[in-house]
Design a protein around this ligand. Structure first.
Ligand code: SF4
Length: 381
């Protein structure tokens, strides 16, 4: 559980007046705090964040890149993470790991999430008590010492720690295949959390079939809704979780774009359902999506299936290409969108005034075991 460190953080009702300020005024006040605090303050902006917030970010990237870059900084003492809750937890874990604390003479890096309500629906789908109950349930029918628990980085620190404790590992969307290979070199099976689509799309490319991948639904009473035989013949047990943004893309959207724009290429994130991944031209992590567009010749036509703010930014930054959003409906990360200029300004001004709000500090035991799972991931090439 995250702990609020400060005895007297600014009260939440003080946020209200910020809501009536113009974006220009908020931006000017945010920049004033940045100038005052200098390199000791690092504002991180996730790729899915809105442009107004990105404009004030020191670094832009995906969650793991951002945490690693901030943790590597010698000057940084405060990270304001304009992302979602699990990202701030990861930043706290990496920036305050034992060797980093030793380098700073024990001084912690404070990590702030400007709005505590900025959660991740996918991470929330795998609560630790559900995961522990599922593990015990599986232990009734298979040998769980022959199962590697693998969690996508988009998960709570408590789930990362669970994987650390049980010989498991963390993966990102870039290294999921290598992590599965690492796991199969050690055990017969994998239990993959929380995104069933990333787990399935990755394993299918490795030749594992859908009938070897039962889906474990934590709301079903018996073996997550599976028979003993299905669990016994499984290679990858998929947790029934998904990203509410990427799950919205459909095979009919792909067909629609191909019919309307002959020659268009479909570029999607592996959090999209199998029906979309199977027929896309390219599937890859956020970094791969950006790199693919950057490296394509002028005039290339793309329909991109990932979060709306990132697609719109790619469109602005690459006017030489024709970029479309691969859905007729808006698919944006509504929880990340909660972090607006008002929350950013409120959290920064309170920080500068010495009464910081929304500090994320992960429990030491959870930190220790999460690091075990994260360090295993770093060993995977
Ligand atoms: S885009 Fe999906 S996985 Fe990413 S933070 Fe938002 S809800 Fe979570």
């Amino acid at each position: 559980m995250p702990l609020l460190l400060d005895p007297a953080p600014a009260p939440l009702h003080e946020l209200k007046p910020y809501k009536s300020l113009s974006n220009e005024e908020l931006s000017a006040r945010i920049e004033a705090v940045r100038r005052e605090m200098g390199p000791k303050l690092m504002i991180l902006g996730h790729h899915y964040q809105q442009d107004e917030v990105i404009a004030h970010s020191d670094l832009r990237g995906d969650s793991y890149q951002l945490s690693q870059m901030a943790a590597a900084s010698k000057d940084c003492r405060v990270i304001v993470f304009c992302g979602v809750h699990f990202m701030a937890e990861t930043a706290d874990i990496l920036a305050n790991r034992p060797e980093k604390l030793a380098e700073r003479g024990g001084e912690r890096v404070r990590v702030i999430l400007p709005d505590m309500a900025a959660g991740c629906s996918m991470a929330d789908m795998a609560a630790i008590d559900q995961v522990e109950a599922a593990w015990a349930d599986l232990g009734e029918v298979i040998d769980t010492s022959d199962v590697t628990p693998v969690t996508y980085i988009n998960s709570a620190a408590s789930l990362k720690a669970f994987c650390g404790r049980h010989g498991g590992i963390v993966c990102t969307s870039s290294n999921a295949r290598a992590v599965l290979q690492w796991s199969f070199a050690r055990t017969k099976r994998v239990f993959f959390f929380p995104d069933q689509h990333l787990g399935r799309n990755t394993a299918l490319k490795m030749g594992i079939t859908n009938d070897q991948m039962p889906v474990f639904d934590p709301y079903e009473t018996e073996l997550g809704g599976n028979s003993e035989a299905a669990i016994a013949q499984s290679k990858v047990i998929l947790w029934k979780g998904h990203c509410s943004v990427h799950q919205m893309f459909r095979a009919e959207h792909v067909a629609l774009f191909r019919q309307k724009y002959p020659g268009i290429k479909i570029l999607v994130h592996p959090e999209c359902p199998q029906e979309v991944n199977d027929i896309a031209d390219v599937s890859g992590s956020t970094s791969k999506i950006i790199k693919t567009v950057e490296e394509s010749p002028p005039g290339t036509k793309w329909a991109i299936g990932t979060e709306l703010h990132l697609v719109n930014r790619l469109k602005q930054e690459h006017p030489e290409q024709e970029i479309h959003f691969l859905s007729p409906v808006v698919c944006m990360c509504a929880t990340m969108y909660r972090i607006d200029l008002a929350h950013l300004c409120w959290s920064l001004e309170n920080l500068a005034a010495g009464r910081p709000v929304n500090t994320i500090e992960v429990d030491p035991d959870i930190t220790r075991w999460s690091l075990v799972a994260l360090e295993r991931m770093l060993e995977v090439k």
